[in-house]
Design a protein around this ligand. Structure first.
Ligand code: F6P
Length: 518
């Protein structure tokens, strides 16, 4: 048992057999202690198995975590990622005034004005002239090639803010090595009016480089090498490698090494978004995130939304011993949020070693995050959530303006969300000969995170809320949420196989390798 688990145990035991529905209906001080608001985002955690004493115990964990110092280090641009000796500069991309590095603000502003100017040029009708191509044709399709943080963030934002996209410009994403991924992205595209954005912090990721090479071949086969190169841009923290790849310096858009891949969408890694949605919409996204940053750094502990969300997840993970969490986004446009949060949380918090190098105790580190789009998921895995043996707390993601806009289907979508949360809470006692089969145990925890409306500011705030939540969890568990050493071994083994070095593989692996002609 962790120290955290031990501290929470009396409260967990006290609340374990309490009727959750009855607890929720007590209202009073519990009601106000379990609701938080920051700008356009609201968290309602009244359906969590928590009472005011347990909430106080959770907030007491923060004292040991030295939140003030940690926040100051994050916003001040100090090294908060000691295993890679890097700061974490995603908040500086939203407001570069806080970091101690006085030159950083200048670099960030210069990078931003370059991407904005390039984006405006690409959005102009003679776009390709501006990018050095004499045909003067407009850009009609952008293809972002990247993976992990160089894909999931831009993909989520584009899907969520599609309503803001520039008519006539279509943005597609290629991340997977299956050739079908690129084939689908270029289907129906005219090479003459296509712009390829290669997004890779390291510019060494093999999936991205192989897909980028294939995309360049596609362009060159139709237009020749020179015209192909005029249609390729790169966003990277390794501009030299992009130059080696053959990209012209005027189309290489750098970002800081201290910006983590899964925190990079606010940087030049959002170039494809800036072109498709426009620099103004992109700025509004940054504004929304900056407002959440301001709340996170200034709000008192008990009113601090990202901190509260972190503590609730710690309660379920370390306290109640529930290792997973389901994210149910009741908005078609937010259907990629679960996949985005899966990388943000699981790559950041999927650690079993603390900052001091010692093994973390059981029930530490992040949760397994999975989910999907409501109400579709009600017809797939919600059966398991309602009647399965295990409890998995659910985060319902709601968009208030959507359900309230008077459209009957949108209204019904909101009703589905409320109904699911209530069904998890109260359950149902079945009757008749099949009573046992028709009984839902209830007493299953959930929270609702409500966005006022799905606009750039709201989305920016929602994403930043989760970034800071992850930061707080890292702090409480004493781990580094900014590295990801666990992903390296698989990369090395793939290289070995592709280069014919089979020495360290077992018989079953070698059978597969033979089957795949490796
Ligand atoms: O392999 C994991 C990872 O390093 C992620 O952290 C990152 O977002 C992704 O690969 C892509 O990396 P890059 O942007 O350097 O291509």
């Amino acid at each position: 048992m962790t120290d955290i688990s031990r501290q929470l145990q009396p409260h967990v035991t006290r609340l374990a057999s309490v009727d959750l529905g009855a607890l929720v209906r007590e209202g009073g001080a519990r009601d106000s202690a379990l609701q938080w608001q920051a700008g356009p985002v609201r968290l309602d955690a009244r359906h969590q198995r928590l009472d005011t004493k347990a909430i106080d115990a959770l907030f007491a964990l923060v004292e040991a975590a030295r939140l003030d110092d940690a926040r100051a280090a994050l916003f001040g641009g100090d090294i908060v990622n000691p295993t890679e000796q890097r700061p974490a500069l995603h908040t500086a991309l939203r407001d570069a005034s806080a970091p101690k590095d006085r030159d950083l603000a200048g670099r960030i502003e210069a990078a931003r004005s370059r991407t904005a100017a390039f984006s405006n040029a690409c959005r102009a009708e003679n776009a390709l002239q501006a990018s050095g191509e004499i045909s003067g044709k407009p850009v009609r399709r952008i293809i972002n090639i990247g993976i992990g943080g160089s894909d999931l963030g831009p993909r989520l934002v584009y899907s969520a803010l599609k309503a803001y996209r520039r008519e006539g410009i279509d943005l597609r994403f290629v991340s997977n090595l299956d050739p079908a991924d690129l084939e689908d992205a270029i289907e129906g595209a005219d090479p003459e009016t296509t712009l390829i954005c290669i997004t890779s912090k390291s510019f060494t990721t093999s999936e991205t480089l192989m897909n980028a090479g294939a995309a360049r071949d596609w362009l060159a086969a139709a237009l020749g090498k020179e015209a192909a190169n005029a249609r390729i841009a790169a966003a990277t923290a390794a501009p030299d490698r992009a130059t080696d790849f053959g990209i012209a310096p005027e189309r290489i858009f750098p970002f800081e090494d201290g910006v983590g891949g899964r925190y990079s969408l606010w940087s030049a890694a959002g170039l494809c978004l800036e072109i498709a949605l426009g620099p103004e919409v992109f700025s509004r996204l940054l504004d929304g995130a900056r407002q959440m940053d301001a709340h996170f750094s200034a709000a008192p502990v008990k009113q601090n939304l990202p901190l509260a969300k972190a503590l609730i997840d710690v309660w379920n993970r370390a306290g109640r011993g529930l290792p997973a969490r389901c994210v149910a986004a009741y908005s078609s446009r937010l259907e990629l949020l679960p996949a985005y949060l899966q990388q943000l949380e699981m790559e950041s918090l999927g650690k079993s070693v603390g900052l001091d190098g010692a093994a973390l105790p059981p029930r530490s580190g992040g949760q397994l995050v999975w989910g999907g789009k409501g109400s579709d998921i009600q017809h797939s895995f919600f059966q398991w959530l309602h009647q399965g043996v295990d409890e998995v707390p659910v985060d319902f993601i709601a968009v208030a303006a959507l359900y309230a806009k008077g459209d009957a289907r949108a209204k019904a979508l909101g009703a589905n969300l409320v109904a699911q949360s209530a069904a998890l809470l109260d359950g149902h006692t079945g009757e008749g000969p099949l009573a046992a089969h028709k009984t839902l145990p209830g007493g299953r925890a959930s929270s609702v995170i409500t966005l006022e409306r799905l606009d750039p500011e709201g989305l920016g705030a929602l994403i930043a809320l989760h970034e800071h939540k992850v930061f707080c969890e890292g702090l409480i568990y004493g781990l580094n949420p900014f590295d990801q050493w666990g992903v390296e071994l698989g990369k090395l083994l793939t290289k070995d196989l592709l280069s014919g070095n089979h020495s360290r593989f077992d018989a079953a692996s070698l059978d597969l390798a033979r089957l795949f002609r490796l």
